[in-house]
Design a binder for this molecule. Structure first.
Ligand code: F6P
Length: 343
């Protein structure tokens, strides 16, 4: 079989481990692995795929980024991207494994519904794909958040400051909540459980009066600006697929400026940004990425198209793409309440 593989959307540490997991299994059974360059763009324009040699997958398990390249590519452009992708799969591949988040899996689902032999693999650093407990890249991201909070803690404590830390998290607060829990955050503000600016300041005032002269406040980049007294601008730069670049909204800086305006606090802001996506994956990300990559091969081998390996507890199961493609998995209340017990 000619098994195509692509990585689409934002990169995440662990993508190479997943490609290797898929590829080694395919090579073992004598199949070809066709690496598609730059996600859907590599199928929607000229076919940008080439056979990967087994040697190209050696030594990549611990490498960040994606050896295939990735892109945020709008398939709903006037040139009719989706139909071209269908055609490219039909003409060049016996199967396609698409590694990506909800945007990618919506396209995978659309293709599979039209008979294309597509299998998904769950990847988003935001960890909010529906139907799976884990997405590639999340563990590395929260490890970086936790380590950053450890570092900010010592300087915050020395200067008795409020440190506002902005994390990634487009629609949900998994990175902020779990990174914050692991790093001992004193307040975590996420889209699922909105707080007003008055509530944020009241919490800081309370901490200060109980002799906690410093605080670390973790804010997910995707929180609603209007809830905290800001204004959503209609002029933010786009990600290229219709969504705005959330980092340009500057929510961390906005929260810090409001705390500053209130008075009585020395405030500093850190935007963790793409540091959360760069560098080597953790061992946990390598292991799970390998497992879901290998499971994607098993699905292809068994002809189970229109499916995606998902993680349930300590197991990998197969789920229909339709079950992950629409909506986000949100941080549940009990988990947020556990975080809040330490505020
Ligand atoms: O969707 C994953 C993600 O990491 C978001 O958390 C973040 O908003 C976005 O990607 C950043 O994307 P880009 O690298 O295109 O700026």
């Amino acid at each position: 079989m000619r098994i195509g593989v692509l990585t689409a959307g934002g990169d995440a540490p662990g993508l190479n481990a997943a490609i290797r997991g898929l590829g080694q299994m395919a090579f073992r059974d004598g199949h070809e692995l066709i690496g598609i360059t730059n996600g859907w763009a590599g199928l929607a324009t000229d076919f940008a795929g080439r056979p990967l040699a087994p040697a190209e997958l050696i030594g990549v398990v611990g490498q960040g980024g994606t050896l295939l390249g990735t892109a945020r590519y709008d398939l709903d452009n006037p040139a009719g991207g989706r139909d071209r992708v269908l055609e490219a799969i039909d003409q060049n591949l016996d199967a396609l494994v698409a590694i990506g988040g909800d945007g990618t899996q919506r396209i995978s689902h659309w293709l599979a519904e039209r008979g294309a032999p597509v299998v998904g693999v769950p990847k988003t650093l935001d960890n909010d794909l529906l139907g799976t407990d884990y997405c590639i890249g999340f563990d590395t991201a929260i490890s970086i958040v936790a380590e950053s909070l450890d570092r900010l803690y010592t300087t915050a404590a020395s200067h008795h400051r409020v440190m506002v830390v902005e994390t990634m998290g487009r629609a949900t607060g998994w990175v902020a909540a779990m990174g914050g829990l692991a790093g001992g955050a004193d307040l975590i503000v996420i889209p699922e459980f909105p707080m007003t600016m008055d509530e944020i300041i009241a919490h800081l005032v309370k901490r200060r009066s109980s002799k906690n002269a410093f605080s670390i406040v973790v804010v997910a980049e995707g929180i609603n600006l209007e809830t905290i007294g800001g204004v959503e601008s209609g002029q933010l730069s786009s990600e290229g697929i219709g969504g705005v670049r959330l980092a340009t909204r500057g929510v961390g800086q906005f929260v810090a400026s409001k705390i500053d305006e209130h008075g009585g606090f020395e405030v500093r802001t850190t935007v963790l940004g793409h540091l959360q996506r760069g560098g080597s994956p953790t061992a946990y990300d390598r292991i799970w990425a390998t497992r879901v990559g290998a499971a994607a091969y098993e699905a292809v081998r068994a002809g189970k198209f229109g499916m995606i390996p998902v993680v349930h507890g300590s197991e990998v199961d197969l789920a229909p793409l339709s079950s992950v493609a629409h909506g986000q998995r949100r941080v549940p209340r009990e988990l947020y309440e556990l975080c809040a017990a330490f505020f």
